[in-house]
Structure formats: C-alpha cells, structure tokens
Design a protein around this ligand. Sequence first.
Ligand code: MLT
Length: 317
Amino acid sequence: MNKLKILISDKISEKGIDIIRTLFQVDIKPGLTETELIDIIKNYDALIVRSETNVTSNIIHVANRLKIIGRAGVGVDNIDVGAATKKGIIVVNSPEGNTIAAAEHSFAMMLAITRNIPNAHNSIQKGEWNRGLFTGIELYGKTLGVVGLGKIGQRVSKYALGMGMNVIGYDPYINSGLSTKVGINTIKLDELLRNADIITFHIPLTNETTNLIDKKKFNIMKTGVFIVNCARGGIIVEKDLRDAVVNGKVSGAAVDVFSNEPIKKDNVLLGLDRIITTPHIGAATKEAKINVAIDVAEQVRDVLLGGVARSAVNTPN
Ligand code: MLT
C-alpha cells in the first residue's frame, strides 16, 4: 500500500520529523514559492509549516488530498484558516511549545532597551568607553502593562512580578475587572496605556488587533514609555511608533516582529538608536524548536492515522 505523504515546507526540528518518518513518506522542501506549492500540494495528505510559508487560499483551493495543516508554532496568521475550514482541512498549531522562549525573549528585549545594551555593545566595539552615555532605568517598581494575557503574557507577568514590578493587564478576550491565575487585575486597554511605564504585547494578529496601536493610542500613553513587541507585526502601526520615538513620547522600543517579514532595508523601524530590533527570533530556542516540531508531528500522525488533534484551531466539516 502506498504511504500517505507529508510535505514539510519550512525547517523544523529532526526530533519532530523522526515521529512521522517511518509511518509516512515525508518530503522536506523549504523555500517553495506559492506557484511551486500550488503545483505539488495536490500530491500530499498533510502539510507542516513554521512561519515562512504562507498557506494562501490559492494553495488550499487545489489541495484536494490535504487533511491537515500543522503549524509548528503558535500564530496561524500565515495560514488562511477560513479557506482550510471550507475545504474540510484541519489546522493545528502548538500553543505551548514556544511559551517560555517567547516570554524570555520579551524580557530580554525589555532589559536590553531599558539598559541600552545593544547601543553600549556597539559603542565599546568601536573602542569607545562612554559609561555616562548609557544610563538606563530599573524595572523594579515600574508598572508593566501586559497586552494579552494568554500563556506568554501570563509568564511575562510572572517574571515581572519576580523583578518587583507592578503589573497591569488587558486582554481582548477577558472582561476587565477580573484577576488572572497569576494575580493580575485586568483593566481596559486605554487605562493600561495611560498608566504603564513599559508596555509589552502578547496578542495574536487578528482583524481586531491589526493597527491596534496607532498615533491616537501613543498620544494617551505616558511620555517616556517603553514599548516591547515580540508578538506580531501589524499590531502597532510602524510609522506611528517611529514618530512617537522621534518626538520623545516613547523613550525606546524593542521590536522582534514586523508588518512585512523579512523586512526591507528601508523599514521605518530601522536606523534609530532608540528602537532595537531582532529578526523574529522570539521562539528561536533549541528547546522551543524541538517542542513545537514534536507537538505538531504527533498531531499530524494522529490525524492521518484516523485519530483526533489535540490543538485544532478550526472545526472543519
Ligand atoms: C509563533 O507564532 O510560534 C512564533 O511567532 C514563532 C514562529 O513560528 O516563527
């Protein structure tokens, strides 16, 4: 009997591939264009991606054998979930595998911007010794506004409490006035923006969260606020963030994610000392890469063998 076929179109950990390799035919083809995917997807029963492959409705439309799309990571904004649902294809993700990596990177970025670490590093590399230039602020005693209180937001809140910060939270899916598991009181978004010294984002990119933070929202923030975004590009209007940094409303921003990735050389968030950037590496730890690959490979295996997926994000017919 012919083996069912799985296409892996982004790089994922071998530990995940090992789970499916002996049971199915596994083809690993990173870097395919949309046209190339459209050409070959009809041959596959399952597709596994990270965030580089955009699984568009054009691809899904011709994916007549496809039963499942596995996203080795949490965000499914690179998959047209609506089109998959209509076509009867299950979409699964790995909601927990990246949590620690993403929370730790958010914290690393928060410390890096508030203590000027990248700029101090660049300066000393040039042979300079400018101790006075890099005076930072302490996190202790500051108010951290956590936008999005899912697993990552709650973990960041926990770390912040451990550092002696006051934490306030907003979540579009939790009523304000409630207290989360880690003891964070939820408030309305504007109240959080008005009161936080540092604001960190942990929400997915959806229709509701696209351009959530624009010029109007920056205007209600405290002057001198710091911004950390290791969640998704597109939540913050990039030009408005740049303007807010240039005009001093925002003291500094740390950004791991961009509206269009990979970014172009003329991206508005580049070229300023007060905006530090990393190339979407929030989930890039050895541990997280293994976690998400195993999680998704197990679910793809289970579904292809007639079982159920533990983390489906849709309910196709
Ligand atoms: C995620 O959604 O899991 C992260 O953004 C990391 C990624 O897959 O690139």
